[in-house]
Each structure stands twice: as structure tokens, then as C-alpha cells.
Design a protein around this ligand. Structure first.
Ligand code: IFM
Length: 460
């Protein structure tokens, strides 16, 4: 059977993917764990940022979040009931090393031991990300990513994680969305450490790249059979208008958002507009240190970016107007699945690595009580996810090496500056009771996974 766009839909009406295609869900530590001051966890930059007046919507914090620290067994059961093959979560650096370096926190290590064992018992492959934005505050006090030593601190943290969990965790990502936390934190000032400074931003880019390279080397040495990648926010970047200033601004935005991390890590060079500016921070041998062989390209995709010239912004580019013709998600992001196909093709042609889509999802704004549960019926999210999956299927037909897809997110969670106001989960979380209620999108996802052909005998 074929759908209107020509996709093979099998008997169930669901698009069919090659046997062995991986279906998963993604989350991150600060967004779901809570228990921020329990069992010896140290403070992260997000704990501090949430306490700064006016930074996070409604003064929300990650203190409790989805209380996944205590409720993880139920969350694993939930994933099992959906039939997912893999779960991508992040390790909280400040839970493992409360001061970022030095003495490890056994209780924190135990927590991830339990989670990993629980996932394996449920037949779900653990995919660990070392860094999803929660830098230990103690390291930020020493300059954070502007300090070149931070790369070495990160490598030591990677050694600890690899030695403790590497017997069971074989899929590792170094960082999640390099460009987002460096741009928002060191250039736009919208996230910790709330800096807007060109030198600090360039240092952060390069030191994070060094940290990535060092961590890949550590993981390769310490984890037999490791499959290692990095996760990039990779969104097609278009100019808001055909004005030459907007076209040039969008090109610089593209280098900052999409290219300056994977180009350095996979091609061993910075993209042209950034190269000259970053050169003073690059020492002999650095790019070889950054550019370590990886096994896959992690792509987080949500929406195209429209860039325009904005002299008020640090680098002269900013988010510009989106064409009125494009529909929007509940949090105002433009919906255009052709941008996803473009990004997949671009990453494939430029980096020639197998691609895992490590995040893709649809945000809505939480309704006020008593209507907030109306969100459990979420046809707009289902339609968006269907569009993404169809785009991915078409990309596969064009020979693009997409190997798996992780929906963002398993649960509604702490959406950074938006606090709990934005919901991206396929499972609804009632934050008053911590009740989890699968949305229509969760049922749709389970049906999609259930319709896929079984893995070939002997396949991984
Ligand atoms: O919630 C975030 C996630 O932490 C990183 N990628 C985008 C998601 C939605 O904004």
C-alpha cells in the first residue's frame, strides 16, 4: 500500500522502514530528574540561572521537574509499553562530580547504574549523552567554557562515566546541541552564563570542540565496542528576505548554528566566516585533537531558521520574520518538513556519516487548569510527527543513511527559559501529582513502531 506521497505504508497504513531502523525517545537530566539537592548532587549553572529573577518563565526551576530520579522505574515501564528500542538520556555532570572534578559522588553513580540496568532488563538500549547543558556551577566559577582547562575537566568526567557505565552502555554522545548552549549562553545572553561577548563566545566554541575531541578519545580507549557520536542542532537556515544584508547575516547564522561544530569535528576545519575570528584561540595541533573519528552524526531537527541582519545582536544576525504562509507549532515554530529533508541531505552529503535523528518533536503551550488535560488529545503533534517520519522515509528513498529516530520527548518536562509552560512530551505529566498519561501521540508512536518489520535474524 502506498500513501498519497508515495511512501510505502504496509497493511497498517504506517510508513515502513528498513528492518533494524531504531526507534527511541529522548530526554535530558536537568529537564526531568529533579532531586537537584539530593544524595550529594552539586549545583549546576541551570540551578543558578533559575534563581536569577526574570530569567525563567514563572520562576520555574528544575528542582522537582518530573521527579524521574525517583520515578524512573515507571518511566522505563512506560517506554517498554511503547515498544521503543532505545532511550537517549543525559548524565548530569554535577550528580557524578558535584564540584565538576575531584571526588566522585557514589550515590549519583548508583542512580545511573540502576537506570541502565533497568533499561537493559526491559530490552531498551541505553544511549548516554555526557552533556546536556548542566555545567557544574563550581566550574563556571572558574570561567566555564571560556577556560581552556574545561576541556580537560570534561575529559576526566568522561573517563569516570566510561569506566563506570561502559560495560553496559555502548552508545555514547559527547554533547547535545553545541551551538545552542554556546550561542544562547555566551553570545545572546539568554541562558547561563548569560554572557554576550565575542571573545567569550569564540573561546567557548573552541574549548567545547576540544572537550568533544578529548571525550571521543577517552570513550574509544575505555569502552570496548563503543559507538560514538555527537548531537547537533541542525536546522536549514534561510534568509528572511532577499536583501543582501539578510542573505549575508543568514549565512553567518548558518555557520554559527549548523556548521562550526561538525565542520571542526568531522572535517577538521572551521567554516570560512568563523575561521579568521576563531584563529587566535586555536593552537597548533588543536584541530587534530578536535577531529577524532566518530561513528554517527546525531541530528536534532525541529524547524527551519529564518535569519536576518540585526545590528543590535552581538554578531549582527538574529532570528528574522518567518513567512506568513508557514503553519506554526503551539510554541510558534514554523512547520516545514521540506526543511528536515534538506537538513538530512546536507548533513549526509557534507559529513558522510550514518545519521540518527536524536530529537524531533512538537511543542504546545500548556493550557491553564482545569483544561490542561485537553492536551492529552494532541492531533497537531501527531500530524507533525507523521510529517517528520514521512520526510525521513523519503530521504531514505533518496539514499540518505538515516538509521534511527528518537522523538523529543518521552515526557513533558522543564523547557528551559519557558519553564513548564511548554510541553513537548508524548506523555503528559501532571506536575501536581507526577501522574504520567500517554497522549494520542504516544499511542500513534507505539503503533508506528509496532508496524515495523522485525529485525533480521543476527542483526544488532
Ligand atoms: O527541550 C529542548 C532540548 O533540551 C534541546 N533541543 C530542543 C528541545 C525543545 O526546545
Amino acid at each position: 500500500m502506498a500513501s498519497q506521497d508515495g511512501t510505502d505504508t504496509g497493511r497498517t497504513g504506517m510508513p515502513l522502514f528498513p528492518a533494524g531502523f531504531l526507534w527511541g525517545t529522548s530526554t535530558s537530566a536537568y529537564q526531568i530528574e529533579g532531586a537537584t539537592s539530593e544524595d550529594g548532587r552539586g549545583q549546576s549553572v541551570w540551578d543558578s540561572f533559575c534563581r536569577m529573577s526574570g530569567r525563567v518563565n514563572n520562576g520555574h526551576t528544575g528542582d522537582v521537574a518530573c521527579d524521574h530520579y525517583h520515578l524512573w522505574p515507571g518511566d522505563v515501564r512506560l517506554m517498554r509499553s511503547l515498544g521503543v528500542g532505545a532511550y537517549r538520556f543525559s548524565l548530569a555532570w554535577p550528580r557524578l562530580l558535584p564540584r565538576g572534578r575531584g571526588r566522585a559522588n557514589e550515590a549519583g553513580l548508583d542512580f545511573y547504574d540502576r537506570l541502565i540496568d533497568g533499561l537493559l532488563e526491559a530490552g531498551i538500549e541505553p544511549w548516554a549523552t555526557l552533556y546536556h547543558w548542566d555545567l557544574p556551577q563550581a566550574l563556571d566559577d572558574l570561567g566555564g567554557w571560556t577556560n581552556r582547562d574545561c576541556a580537560g575537566w570534561f575529559a576526566d568526567y568522561a573517563v569516570l562515566a566510561a569506566r563506570r557505565f561502559g560495560d553496559r552502555v555502548k552508545h555514547w554522545a559527547t554533547f547535545n546541541e553545541f551551538s545552542v548552549f554556546t550561542l544562547f549562553g555566551y553570545a545572546f545572553g539568554w541562558a547561563p552564563p548569560s554572557i554576550s561577548d565575542r571573545t567569550a563566545h569564540l573561546q567557548a566554541i573552541h574549548h567545547v570542540n576540544l572537550a568533544h575531541g578529548d571525550a571521543v578519545a577517552v570513550l574509544r580507549r575505555s569502552v570496548p565496542g563503543a559507538s560514538i557520536g555527537a548531537i547537533h542542532s541542525f536546522q536549514t537556515c534561510r534568509p528572511s528576505s532577499e536583501e543582501p544584508a539578510d542573505v549575508e547575516a543568514a549565512a553567518l547564522f548558518d555557520e554559527h548554528w549548523n556548521l562550526c561544530f561538525p565542520d571542526a569535528q568531522i572535517l577538521g576545519r572551521y567554516p570560512p566566516r568563523i575561521a579568521a575570528a576563531i584563529d587566535p584561540f586555536v593552537r597548533a595541533g588543536d584541530l587534530a585533537r578536535v577531529c577524532q573519528p566518530v561513528d554517527w552524526f546525531g541530528m536534532n531537527h525541529y524547524a527551519p531558521i529564518y535569519g536576518h541582519a540585526d545590528p543590535q545582536m552581538l554578531w549582527g544576525f538574529g532570528f528574522g520574520a518567518v513567512p506568513d504562509s508557514l503553519p506554526r507549532t503551539g510554541v510558534g515554530w514554523p512547520i516545514d518538513h521540506s526543511a528536515f529533508e534538506t537538513s538530512l541531505a546536507l548533513a549526509w552529503n557534507r559529513y558522510r556519516l550514518p545519521i540518527y535523528v536524536t530529537e524531533n518533536g512538537f511543542g504546545t503551550q500548556s493550557r491553564p487548569e482545569p483544561d490542561e488535560r485537553a492536551e492529552i488529545d494532541d492531533p497537531a503533534r501527531v500530524a507533525y510527527l507523521e510529517g517528520s517520519v514521512a520526510a525521513m522515509r523519503r530521504s531514505l528513498d533518496q539514499g540518505i543513511g538515516v538509521k534511527g529516530y528518537f522523538v523529543w520527548s518521552l515526557l513533558d518536562n522543564f523547557e528551559w527559559g519557558a519553564g513548564y509552560g511548554d510541553r513537548f512530551g508524548i506523555v503528559f505529566v501532571d506536575y501536581r501529582t507526577q501522574e504520567r498519561i500517554p497522549k494520542a501521540s504516544a499511542r500513534w508512536y507505539a503503533a508506528l513502531i509496532g508496524a515495523q518489520p522485525p529485525p533480521a535474524p543476527g542483526a544488532e
